[in-house]
Design a protein around this ligand. Structure first.
Ligand code: ADP
Ligand code: ZN
Length: 738
């Protein structure tokens, strides 16, 4: 026993000495020593460590202590050069081979390697797998031996990750050729799926695979609304912070514009994106790393393995595409462990841009949409939006994404420093979770909420879920409130969701703790949700005010067309009454003070249509249209007549906008007409009104949330479909499903 102890102390001493000698560090960071030891024992490893954790050392130190050459596979040429230079300044024999090295230099370097003067050889995967290089590798193995294959950024083998590179897939072949050489795969990507993929693709043999915590305590996270003041805010952020920073944008164009604008405002900034040639990119990166410029404005093309430890801020000026990507990009701040700032600007407009990007995901060969990828990308986007909109601790949400639970208040994010009030929603959470259980953990959020709120839509009925005891127990709360609860449950790790894009809800052991009342659920009160649940009277007042403004607009349009002052059409007081009482028939309209028979015949249809359109958008009930026969013949423009005119113009091939223009009505009114005509069966086809490829999503939304509220549909579709489109597809759907 005594001798064993001595042995390990000796090894430990030797490791500490080498750490100090070659790298100047006094001690290992958490996890490093065990990884180095595994490599020395010729065991495969899969190292998952957050950016800045100190991964490089995990293969560099064994490389120095083992006989032979360590082959480091690394995807980026610029990064390779930096790492090799850093090693060389520490007096370590290291070199790289890639397309930037000319033939003569390549020969010289190969000779150095075969003469055992090199401990670490960095090489790009596409190079590694060429016939010439594989032959060279054989000579290395024969003459001096290969110590280790270190695969940096190993998540590139997985198409579940955010940076799939097909060449990485081929690396598994090395395992067959050199079965005795250990593999050390490294990544900062933490999802289980990517982890499994790496093990499988690289044929890792019972790897040592510790997972470090992904918490980066020195990073401050915040989300800011992206309004008209966004640039001014960004500039202030950059000015306040004296250190280096990265600003991420979604597109090359926005990168170029923003870099130029910052330059004009006196900030030294450079652009970086895949549209720049290699030389410019490398030069810009170098100038940033060398602190010649302070700010790099970049697309996500910039960053993988950026070795700059003192990045003091990372700003996402546009919404990131997924949580994982956000974590990695923001994680490029503060690798040195010093405080750093991560800001995300969140605007609705970005959602549309990303959705557009997702829609473009097609198979390069067949041109068919990649449905599974698109579905997953949409789910990931939903997570980012939920993150941005959440009132919870940002760190808790990010870590929950990696399966880590972070208890309580981190005191280093906007939501923890400026908390919103919380309420105890344990009872509601129990209702929600038991509904998930009763639906046998086979459905997504929208369906669970439908059941809770007592919907009798097709999907609910088909599955017999109207018979469940949880059906209709949540009628007292609006859909938004249930949705925020559902999101909060996911983000707090109290509920799981499938990652296949369908978002099927499943219970975990914490869900059961909530169900057994062993755990309480607090959720932050979102003011927007709160206002929707406000007392009826207040809600009514808001509706009346909004409708009043719309009626005023309509009045102005009509007045302008006739060159009369608006008050000559209706007084404000009449409009106010219309907004409050919301008449839906000619008879009701006639009762409004200020509406005489002449005005009734002249204007009733337009104002009624406006009121109806508004009520539909708000999801308020609509009275069925009066059948034509019951209308007095004296009406010059009866409701049915106005529909007929719209129908005729539509049949002449006019678009909604053209009809609106010709009739001097709002396009929403025309769409309402057409929707009524569809429901009545007088109009059959909407393909000329709503592009075919846009109909599917609306139908899916109808199936998910039911047809009752246009507003809910609009929200469900993430505001990327117009009310007109939704109204028309819904009308046809109602006719077909009635
Ligand atoms: P990663 O590749 O995991 O993102 P790096 O290997 O680039 O991280 O290391 C990040 C920083 O931490 C580097 O500046 C490195 O010098 C430093 N570092 C690594 N290990 C140690 C250690 N044991 N002690 C002190 N600093 C370390
Ligand atoms: Zn926090």
């Amino acid at each position: 026993m005594g001798s064993r102890k001595t042995g390990s102390t000796l090894t430990s001493d030797r490791l500490n000495k080498a750490l100090k000698e070659y790298f100047g560090h006094d001690s290992f960071r958490p996890g490093q020593r065990e990884i180095v030891q595994a490599a020395l024992d010729d065991r495969d490893s899969l190292i998952i460590m957050p950016t800045g954790g100190g991964k490089s050392l995990c293969f560099q130190l064994p490389a120095l202590l083992k006989p032979g050459v360590t082959i480091v596979v690394s995807p980026l040429i610029a990064l390779m050069q930096d790492q090799v230079e850093a090693l060389q300044t520490n007096g370590i024999g290291a070199t790289f081979l890639n397309s930037s090295v000319n033939l003569q230099d390549t020969r010289d370097r190969e000779r150095d390697i075969l003469n055992d003067r090199i401990k670490l050889l960095y090489v790009a995967p596409e190079r590694l797998l060429t016939g010439a290089f594989l032959a060279f590798l054989n000579r290395v193995q024969e003459q001096i031996g290969i110590a280790l294959f270190a695969i940096d950024e190993a998540h590139c083998v997985s198409d579940w990750g955010h940076d799939f590179r097909p060449e990485y897939r081929q690396l598994g072949r090395l395992r067959e050729t050199y079965p005795g050489v250990p593999f050390l795969a490294l990544t900062a990507t933490a999802t289980g799926r990517v982890r499994d993929d790496i093990i499988k693709q690289l044929h890792l043999n019972d790897p040592y695979a510790p997972v470090s915590s992904f918490n980066r305590p020195n990073l401050y996270y915040e989300v800011r609304p992206k309004g008209s003041q966004a640039y001014a805010q960004l500039l202030t952020l950059v000015q306040q912070n004296q250190g280096s920073g990265i600003v991420y944008c979604l597109s090359r164009k926005r990168v170029d514009e923003l870099a130029a604008r910052l330059e004009r405002d006196g900030i030294k900034a450079l652009p970086y994106h895949a549209g720049l040639d290699d030389k410019t990119r490398a030069a810009n990166q170098r100038r940033f790393i060398r602190d010649d410029v302070r700010v790099m404005v970049a697309t996500i093309a910039f960053g993988m393995g950026i070795n700059k430890p003192d990045v003091r801020f990372v700003i996402h000026y546009d919404l990131p595409r997924n949580t994982e990507g956000y974590y990695q990009e923001a994680g490029r701040a503060g690798r040195d462990g010093e405080p750093a700032h991560c800001s995300l600007f969140f605007g609705i407009g970005d959602i549309k841009t990303i959705e557009w990007i997702i829609d473009q995901k097609t198979d390069p060969q067949s041109g068919e949409p990649l449905e599974q990828e698109q579905r997953i990308a949409r789910q990931q986007l939903r997570h980012v939006i939920d993150y941005a909109e959440s009132s919870l601790c940002r760190r808790t949400i990010q870590l929950s994404y990696f399966g880590e639970t972070f208890a309580g208040n981190c005191d280093n994010c906007d939501n923890c420093r400026h908390p919103k009030p919380v309420e105890d929603w344990t009872i509601e959470a129990q209702k929600f979770l038991s509904c998930v259980a009763r639906c046998q953990e086979r459905f997504g959020m929208a369906h669970i909420i439908d059941v809770l709120r007592g919907s009798k839509n097709q999907k609910v009925m088909q599955n017999g879920h109207h018979l469940l005891s949880t059906h209709n127990i949540g009628k007292d709360k609006p859909m938004e409130a249930w949705r925020s609860l559902g999101r909060a449950l996911l983000q707090q790790g109290l509920l799981d969701e499938s990652t296949d894009g369908y978002g099927v809800l499943r219970l975990n052991y914490r869900s059961w703790e909530v169900l057994r009342s062993q755990r309480s659920v607090q959720i932050a009160i979102d003011t927007t949700t709160a206002s929707r649940t406000a007392p009826e009277t207040e809600a009514n007042r808001a509706v009346a005010e909004a409708l009043f403004q719309r009626l005023r607009l309509l009045r102005k349009t009509l007045a302008d067309a006739q060159s009369v002052p608006p008050y000559a059409i209706f007084a404000d007081s009449s409009l106010k009454l219309m907004a409050q009482q919301q008449p839906q028939s000619l008879a009701e309209f006639a009762k409004i003070s200020g509406v005489g028979s002449r005005k009734l015949s002249q204007y009733a249809d337009r104002f009624l249509a406006e009121i109806t359109a508004y009520r539909q958008e708000q999801g308020l009930p609509i009275e069925p249209t009066t059948p034509p026969s019951s209308e007095p013949l004296s009406q010059p423009t009866s409701l049915s007549e106005t529909y007929t005119i719209t129908l005729e113009l539509h049949q002449q091939g006019l678009t909604i906008a053209q009809i609106a223009e010709q009739r001097n009505l709002r396009s929403g009114t025309i769409a309402t007409h057409l929707a009524h005509l569809l429901e009545q069966g007088r109009l059959l086809d909407i393909d000329s009104l709503v592009p075919l490829e846009r109909q599917g999503a609306v139908v899916a939304a109808l199936e998910a949330v039911g047809p009752d509220s246009l507003r809910d549909l609009y929200d469900h579709l993430r505001e990327s479909y117009t009310y007109d489109e939704i109204r028309l597809v819904r009308a046809r759907w109602l006719r077909e499903n009635a």
